[in-house]
Design a protein around this ligand. Structure first.
Ligand code: NIG
Ligand code: FE
Length: 415
């Protein structure tokens, strides 16, 4: 972790997104804006935030690195809480098949899709995966991401899953972006396990999970709970065991078929359930009641030409919604934060304020870090972005283009 000390002054506004837990329902409209605010970071941690006159009276600029914001907006760094940023090879050909009308799940059931990335990831060396992973993190940093969640799941077998998690660890060590690691060994069913999904789940529980836990290779366990992948029973079995072993849990839930993944997330007390395009009203309400973050991935719906998840309805019914990119080589080859902002506001009817909270404090809650990141609050990590405009409103407005001018991680300028 960086441990810089600095004062950021002359902002047009500090968009604090203040809070130490996910914002739900109406709270998502509140950005906690301080006009002409300043922020002090000491040893990587936010020491003070408030109106500039007050801050500069109390803190001596001469003792700090000073960033002159020149009348621009300061926000918390974005938390991209759902990505698969380590994989080998690409699937450009498959994208053309989808453009001509082939179905995403059909391609996977023919041995392509995720299974194609699994073959290419097995064939890749650690060095190759590391190099590509670092490049992808560089790109995310340029979009203002200061923390990213990354999943394994392109190995499926023991060795390749561990290889992916190790590469995530190395990129976390070497890159300014902080990585939250998720084990997703139940991401697809390899040919040799078709019809033996129960056995595959048992092998994961017996052979892989104990090593992941013992070596602290991941903080979360995730599963692709979907028709023709892992059903509700198998997902429940895996996640219950993962929880018993000390991992926190997440689900790819109700993406293509309404299976009851949202209900399962609530039942098991998952940290988040993600996708949710087909989630039932009951499932959504149960998640809200149990404080499960609903992570919405509009880039994937866009890329697969699916209906968008009903995020407007979720917020109106009191849910905590997070937005993330789902960067991966198949269903959404995009780490573009600005694209997700524009899709969420233009097509899912989120307000700019809701979208900002969804990508900051609620993204932090989706990786169980709302106590340390996701807002500009005293005591949190000094992770912030400075825009090239005076208002956060330019983020969704400048479609598909990044408005981020500077990125600060732990009180150090990193972009
Ligand atoms: O979140 N839905 C399953 N997993 C990924 C897709 C991975 C891929 O296509 O390679 C997702 O969309
Ligand atoms: Fe995903």
């Amino acid at each position: 972790m960086n441990k810089g000390s600095m004062i950021i002054k002359n902002t047009s506004e500090v968009v604090t997104c203040s809070g130490f837990a996910a914002k739900k329902g109406k709270e998502m409209s509140d950005l906690g804006i301080i006009e002409k605010g300043a922020v002090v970071v000491e040893e990587g941690i936010i020491k003070a935030v408030g109106p500039q006159e007050e801050i500069l009276k109390e803190y001596d600029e001469a003792r700090y690195e000073v960033i002159d914001a020149k009348g621009k907006a300061l926000l918390p760094g974005f938390v991209d809480s759902h990505t698969h940023y380590i994989w080998g090879g690409y699937r450009a050909e498959e994208f053309s098949w989808r453009l001509r009308g082939d179905d995403y799940m059909d391609i996977m059931n023919r041995g392509g899709g995720i299974l194609s990335s699994v073959r290419q990831t097995k064939a890749a060396t650690k060095e190759e995966l590391y190099r590509e992973g670092m490049k992808r993190l560089d790109s995310m940093l340029s979009f203002g991401v200061t923390t990213v969640e990354g999943k394994s799941g392109y190995g499926l077998d023991f060795d390749t899953e561990i290889k992916q998690l190790e590469v995530m660890h190395d990129t976390d060590r070497d890159h300014p972006i902080e990585v939250v690691k998720t084990y997703l060994g139940a991401h697809a069913v390899p040919k040799e396990y078709k019809g033996r999904e129960d056995e595959m789940i048992e092998e994961i529980i017996e052979e892989v999970l104990p090593v992941v836990v013992k070596r602290k290779l991941a903080e979360f366990c995730d599963v692709f709970c979907e028709a023709n992948v892992f059903n509700i029973e198998q997902s429940r079995r895996l996640l219950t065991k993962a929880k018993e072993m000390g991992l926190k849990i997440k689900l790819h839930a109700d993406e293509i078929v309404p299976l009851g993944g949202a209900e399962l997330a609530a039942e098991l007390g998952a940290t988040s359930a993600d996708h949710l395009l087909q989630a039932s009203k009951e499932g959504i309400d149960q998640m809200a009641k149990k404080d499960v973050v609903a992570t919405i991935l509009p880039g994937t719906a866009f890329s697969l030409k699916e209906e968008y998840a009903r995020a407007r309805e979720m917020i109106d019914r009191g849910s905590a919604v997070a937005l993330a990119t789902d960067l991966n080589p198949g269903s959404c080859f995009s780490e573009s934060i600005p694209l997700v902002f524009s899709l969420a506001t233009l097509y899912m009817n989120l307000s700019p304020e809701e979208a900002i909270n969804a990508f900051t404090i609620n993204g932090a809650a989706a990786v169980d870090r709302a106590d340390t990141i996701g807002s500009i609050d005293v005591g949190k990590q000094g992770d912030m972005i400075l825009l090239e405009f005076e208002s956060y409103k330019y983020i969704p407005y400048h479609i598909g283009v990044s408005t981020v001018e500077k990125v600060i991680k732990g009180g150090r300028l990193v972009f």
